[in-house]
Write a protein that binds this ligand. Structure first.
Ligand code: GLU
Length: 317
């Protein structure tokens, strides 16, 4: 497809593991099946969480697996000017506002309304700083930290924000963003750019037409669509890939101890690719046929083309 631009956007908080390779392989296959361009963007916007050298190691792992980007890789830590321009535009349009609330303030604001935070629960922002008369909206039982530090910046999610979109794999999806997520952070009080703003800005600036990524990110999509609309940027086509789970049924992740992939030897890279292909429902490798990752990839490109490009074009899926 002329003009197709896809990307793989790993966070270098660790090396590639069996789960992240699924998104890498799927995004590469989709770009190849569309005769498009495939980019790699290192999402190191939250530098303190990144692991030194993990970016180069990830690029090496991808190369070992035969997944070579068509343009030089980019690093989010070098895109601060883009994010700054996007945030300025949102502030000028009154689509973003400064927020002085700490986590504790948010918990207390909800507690004052009788809502107690469960462990690991992310509370929807109660909208305390949404209006300029912030003080007037404070509950008497809520003690807010004095706004001495820099504020965070939040996106003002429209009140009637029912976002519907069609994911190529998950089908019709919808989310009421205002009530289920609330006004998300664009820039944290410590100056770190938030994932939502960074990813939307980069996708637009890099002309990304198709996003292929893990299903754990699917519920971020509606927020990102609202941001794209506020910034008058096009919305890419989305495909969220299946997750790899450990024996306990948890999503494979660095936090859950997923081991980094050893891809140095072609046989190991092939085995890693075969695992990712299996998760994506692609055919098993023909052991005699594929001696290198490049040999294995070509049949999968054809299979992907039939499954995710041709069949969707003819409306059979
Ligand atoms: N950097 C994100 C991650 O590693 C992926 C972001 C995206 O693909 O939109 O989970």
């Amino acid at each position: 497809m002329a003009g197709y631009r896809g990307r793989f956007a790993p966070s270098p908080t660790g090396l590639l593991h069996a789960g992240s390779l699924v998104a890498a392989l799927a995004s590469w296959l989709d770009a190849r099946a569309h005769h498009g361009v495939w980019l790699v963007r290192i999402e190191d916007v939250d530098l303190p969480r990144c692991e030194a050298g993990a970016d180069q190691h990830i690029l090496r792992q991808l190369a070992d697996c035969g997944l070579h980007p068509d343009e030089p890789p980019t690093w989010q830590s070098r895109h601060a000017t883009w994010y700054d321009q996007a945030l300025t535009r949102l502030i000028e349009q009154h689509d973003a506002y400064a927020c002085h609330c700490s986590r504790k303030d948010i918990e207390q604001a909800w507690a004052a309304r009788g809502v107690v935070k469960a462990r690991h629960q992310e509370l929807v922002y109660p909208g305390t700083c949404r209006t300029s008369q912030r003080q007037a909206s404070l509950s008497a039982t809520t003690s807010f930290t004095a706004p001495t530090r820099s504020p965070a910046w939040r996106f003002k999610v429209p009140d009637d924000s029912l976002v519907s979109w069609v994911d190529r794999r998950l089908g019709a999806c919808a989310q009421q963003v205002h009530t289920s997520v609330g006004d998300c952070v664009l820039r944290r009080a410590d100056g770190v750019w938030a994932y939502q703003l960074a990813v939307v800005t980069d996708d637009a600036r890099q002309g990304i037409t198709h996003v292929v990524r893990g299903e754990d990110l699917a519920d971020n999509t509606p927020r990102q669509i609202l941001l794209q609309q506020a910034l008058h940027w096009p919305t890419p086509v989305y495909l969220h890939t299946p997750l790899v789970r450990n024996a306990a049924g948890e999503k494979l992740s660095k936090q859950h101890g997923a081991p980094p992939l050893d891809t140095q030897r072609p046989a190991n890279a092939l085995a890693a690719l075969a695992g990712a292909a299996h998760t994506l429902g692609l055919s098993r490798l023909n052991a005699q046929g594929a001696a290198t990752p490049a040999d294995a990839l070509q049949p999968w490109v054809r299979e992907w083309h039939h499954r995710w490009v041709l069949s969707l074009q003819s409306g059979s899926q």
